[in-house]
Design a protein around this ligand. Structure first.
Ligand code: GLC
Length: 568
């Protein structure tokens, strides 16, 4: 099974993107929350890392119920983060340093405090009533059985106008009605406004949710289930491709420059992703799929944590490599602000294995075909936080989930264990800059506790240290820029059913790479084939030989290597 290769590449196909979650990145004014000036102060660090593009999580005006993913003004900066002139200064500096900046576009929903919704809920015949999804009660209750992704019903009753509105997320995040052309135009105008300001593209929040199933039908439910989150009712809906193509035409059509778009798409299949990212269809450059970050979820959802099945994880990522190769393009990610830290999730955060496992997982991901995304702190191997009590969590998804478990008489201990492992707050603890107070993140009290391991796990300890996780990410990013085979080589999986070794090749007509990692503590000897004798090691342990002298490769615990050989 060998696929892909041999096409002209666009600039973003050899780029590496770095995600900043501004609230937790760097605080310049001591209020305990990160801000734009804090980001400006750390741009040289990102330059040193070598990344090409910054994706900035939302900094727009917002009540901050979902940390900015609830927007009340798309054309202003929340005072918590700074001002528009400060944003302009950030953008100018990013460009001076030769990087690009991508905004987070959250337009499946707004905040309920957005003037569009305030107007919409004011009366049944308000000018923007139809900008949101309003329905009458059914038999005195919710219009259908849809559940919110943040627990409970997806409908909220509005007393004033006597109807329910739909919110796939929190009740303070009402869904926009994309069937209304005025809504689509308003979104396009917002995007154009930011592009005119100089931004280089958009990461689009849950963008495959914008077209709901016609008629909003009930989801199939077991008798005891009152509300159901059924992706088939709102993901990849009937008009989504039409809306995205229209958006891309209206916003990017005729505009000169180098832009990048990536759509976040829970539940998306490779078949759908081929449509979204086929360049001839003019929708998006790439999507974030969720298969590999769902392999440890149980039947009751993400907090029903089932442990890691490495073979399932491999197969999930390999499937996307294979099925999205001749058409479309993959994004590659382990982490973002919604996922727990990969070292603690799929690696080994025991201090003896932490660094090696962070590097091995990075090697595996960055060896694949697609555009890699690095989430702040991942380049240091930041780990999960030792969450214990319900009060430790700030995220509304976690808080709502805990509340619903108590309300429905569920198992609280199991819920807390699931939360500790999978909660989004694991990703959101402050960036660990140094060993000093609050990890150098803030001079004030941070909004979320700093991980106690910052005393030894921090940027200052790693930046100039050969062999650090940071140095490893630097090397991987350099390889992505320098090696065409890493960008566009065919992908061939090896030893897919091996529960410990993760290996594959990438090849073009002139070069072949072997990417191999031991995903466990026990050493392993692997027969890799005689064709690899004399291959050059591009990345691996400092004391490993620079070229291979045998077809049998000895790998230490969490040892990962990249070898290259010419193809004759
Ligand atoms: C996306 C965001 C997440 C947010 C949700 C609702 O999944 O990444 O942080 O809570 O959408 O906007």
């Amino acid at each position: 099974m060998t696929v892909g290769g041999g096409r002209d590449t666009a600039w973003w196909q050899s780029a590496v993107v770095y995600q900043i979650y501004p609230r937790s990145f760097a605080d310049s004014n001591g209020d305990g929350v990160g801000d734009l000036r804090g980001v400006i102060g750390r741009l040289d660090y990102l330059r040193t890392l070598g990344i090409d593009v910054i994706w900035l999580s939302p900094v727009y005006r917002s009540p901050q119920v979902d940390n900015g993913y609830d927007i009340s003004d798309y054309r202003d900066i929340d005072p918590l983060f700074g001002t528009l002139p400060e944003f302009d200064a950030l953008l100018a500096r990013v460009h001076e340093l030769g990087m690009k900046l991508v905004m987070d576009l959250v337009v499946n929903h707004t905040s309920d405090e957005h003037p569009w919704f305030v107007e919409s809920r004011s009366s049944r015949d308000s000018a923007t009533r139809d900008w949101y999804i309003w329905r009458d009660a059914r038999d005195g209750a919710e219009p259908n059985n849809w559940g919110s992704l943040f627990s409970g019903s997806a409908w909220e009753w509005d007393q004033t106008t006597g109807q329910y509105y739909l919110h796939l997320f929190d009740r303070k995040q009402p869904d926009l009605n994309w069937q209304n052309p005025q809504v689509r135009k308003a979104v396009q105008d917002t995007m154009i406004w930011w592009l005119d300001r100089g931004v280089d593209g958009f990461r689009m929040d849950v963008i495959n949710f914008i077209s709901k199933a016609d008629g909003l039908p009930d989801a199939p439910a077991a008798p005891e289930q009152r509300f159901v989150v059924a992706f088939e009712n709102f993901a990849d809906g009937p008009h989504v491709h039409e809306y995205l193509a229209e958006m891309t035409r209206a916003v990017f059509g005729g505009r000169d420059g180098e832009f990048i778009t990536v759509g976040e798409m829970p539940g998306v299949t490779p078949q759908q992703a081929r449509l979204y990212t086929d360049p001839t269809r003019g929708e998006l450059n790439m999507v974030f799929q969720f298969e590999h970050v769902s392999v440890d979820h149980g039947p009751a959802g993400k907090f029903d944590y089932r442990g890691l099945d490495l073979v399932a994880l491999k197969k999930a990522l390999h499937r996307w490599q294979v099925e999205l190769a001749d058409t479309g393009w993959n994004s590659l990610y382990w982490n973002n602000h919604d996922q727990p830290r990969v070292v603690s999730r799929f690696g080994d955060d025991d201090p003896d294995y932490w660094a090696a496992s962070a590097k091995a997982l990075a090697t595996i991901l960055h060896g694949m075909r697609g555009t890699p995304f690095v989430y702040q702190g991942e380049e240091l191997g930041m780990t999960n936080f030792p969450f214990r009590t319900p009060q430790d969590h700030r995220d509304l998804e976690a808080v709502n989930f805990h509340r619903s478990v108590l309300e429905t008489g569920g198992d609280e201990a199991a819920a807390l264990a699931g939360l500790a492992k999978i909660s989004r707050d694991n990703a959101r603890t402050p960036m660990q800059w140094d060993a000093g107070p609050n990890a150098g993140f803030s001079t004030g009290e941070p909004w979320l506790a700093v991980n106690p391991n910052h005393t030894w796990l921090n940027a200052a300890a790693q930046i100039d240290s050969a062999g650090s996780v940071f140095a490893h990410y630097q090397a991987l990013i350099r390889l992505r820029h320098d090696l065409p085979v890493l960008v566009d080589g065919d992908f061939t999986p090896l030893m897919e059913d091996d529960p410990q070794i993760w290996a594959y090749t990438r090849s073009t007509s002139t070069a072949e790479l072997l990417i191999i990692a031991n995903c466990g503590r026990d050493p392993r000897t692997v027969d890799i084939g005689r064709e690899w004798i004399d291959a050059e090691m591009l990345l691996g342990l400092a004391d490993a030989p620079a070229t291979l002298t045998s077809a049998s490769l000895d790998l230490a615990g969490w040892d990962a290597r990249i070898y290259m050989r010419p193809v004759r």
